[in-house]
Design a protein around this ligand. Sequence first.
Ligand code: NAP
Length: 239
Amino acid sequence: MTDSKPMDGRVALVTGASRGLGYAICKKLAADGAHVIAVARTQGGLEDLDDEIRKLGGACTIVPMDLQTPDGIEKLAEIVAERWGKLDALVVNAGVLGNLTPTAQLTAKVWNEVLAVNLIAPARFIRAFEALLKASDAGRAVFTTSGVGSRRAKAYWAAYGASKAGLDNLVMAWAEELEGSTVRANLVNPGTVRTRMRAKAAPGEDPNSLPHPDEIAPAFVSLCLPSETRTGEIVDAQA
Ligand code: NAP
């Protein structure tokens, strides 16, 4: 390890770490010196990530978990508190698209999953991890939003769009409450990125026309740095 790594000695937790954007964010955080706690359901994806991070000379703890598990997020906070006593960076990135369908045809099952993963889980992370972020000298929280959300509605995207609009409001309210503390909270709109979610949303699109997650990850990681001063903002990664 050299002094030039900006996340050296820092602990970062990332959700949605098994593939796509979360996987790339974990790799970048580890390359920058952080110990990464990687959360998702798919064990194989997390194990691949662990291998890649070890090859980079970094360190990772994998946590296979469904974010809808009752008390799962809260128990994870207890484990982080016992082992590290603080959290320096929290990246709440996991998300689901639901069905792109006429709004009147959205079922309660789809609404429940989309809201649970995209909105309620982030609220539970705030509740469970605020004290640990405050225990850091410079706690940083980053949430993944979307171009469809508080700034734009789109036909057939109502469940996903409503969940992201709610997320934007949740994080901006919390950021206001954090004024006077050393914690900063922001959102990133990644733009369209070459991931499984995007392929589901736009199956006719050439994935190679889109940026790879590795190209977008630095926008998230810069918001995790202790030197970051922005708070309560929606940052467009491809602006
Ligand atoms: P992705 O490849 O489908 O990744 C989604 C991640 O979320 C996976 O790691 C998945 O892991 C995890 N996840 C989903 N449901 C979960 C659950 N119940 N419990 C735990 N983990 C869960 O999609 P992505 O594009 O990287 O998406 C990442 C974020 O970017 C999302 O918030 C999405 O809304 C946002 N976004 C993406 C784009 C884009 O163009 N790709 C654009 C705007 C916003 P498991 O399935 O292993 O659990």
